[in-house]
Design a protein around this ligand. Sequence first.
Ligand code: FPP
Length: 222
Amino acid sequence: MDGNGRWAQSRGLPRLAGHRAGTENLRVIIEACVEFGVKYLTIYAFSTENWERPPTEVRGLMRILEDMIDRQLDELNTKGVQIRHIGRLERIRPSLQKKILRAVELTRHNTRLVLNVAFNYGGRDEIVHAIQRIIQDGVKPEEVTPELVSRYLYTAGIPDPDLIIRTSGELRVSNFLIWQGAYAEWYITPTYWPDFDKEEFRKALEEYKRRDRRFGRIHTPT
Ligand code: FPP
C-alpha cells in the first residue's frame, strides 16, 4: 500500500492523513475482492523496518490498526472475511496484540475472503523465524524441502500469491513475501495507494489474465 506519504504531501497534509486515506481505500479493495471473487488478499501494512520511522508515525500506524479493528471487525466478520496476521507480535503493545488475536480468533471460520495482514512483517525475518523453529523441532537436513519450509512460514496453509501489486511506482520487493512470491506476477502502477480504486484494481486483474505464466518451464506443443 505504497505512496500514502506522497499522496498526503502532494495535498499539503501530514503523512498520517495519507495512511488514513489508505485505510479507507483498503475497504474499497476488500469490497472489490469479494465482488471479483478474489479469495486471498495480503496487505503490507507495517514492515519490520518501519520501526525506524519517526515515533509519531509509528504510533499513528499502530493506532490506525487498532481503530480499524475496533470499528470494522464486526462488519468484516459479517461479510465473511477471515483475518489472519503475518509477522511478529513481539514489540507490538500488549493491548493491540490482544485485539489482533481476538480478530483472528473471531473470524477463523470465515471463508469468503482471507485477509492476511502483514504487520510487523519482514520476509527475511519470517525465514529466520522458520529456520529457528525447524531446528528446534529437530528436523533432519534431508527432510528440509521447499514444502516443509512453506509449512513453517507465517503463511502456512495459504497458497503462494499469484499477483503482487505495488502502487506508487517503486521497482523493488521491499522484503515482502520473498519466499512465497518466487513466481508471482508483478503489477506496478504509478498511482498512489489511496487513489488505487476498484477500476485500477480491475485493470491489474485484467492485465494478470493476459500474462503467460510458465514457472520456469517452456510450452510444449500439444
Ligand atoms: C507505505 O506508504 C505505507 C505504509 C508504510 C503503511 C500502510 C498502512 C496503512 C495504509 C494502514 C492501513 C492498514 C492497517 C491494517 C494498519 P509510505 O508511507 O511509504 O508512502 P511514501 O512512500 O509516499 O512515503
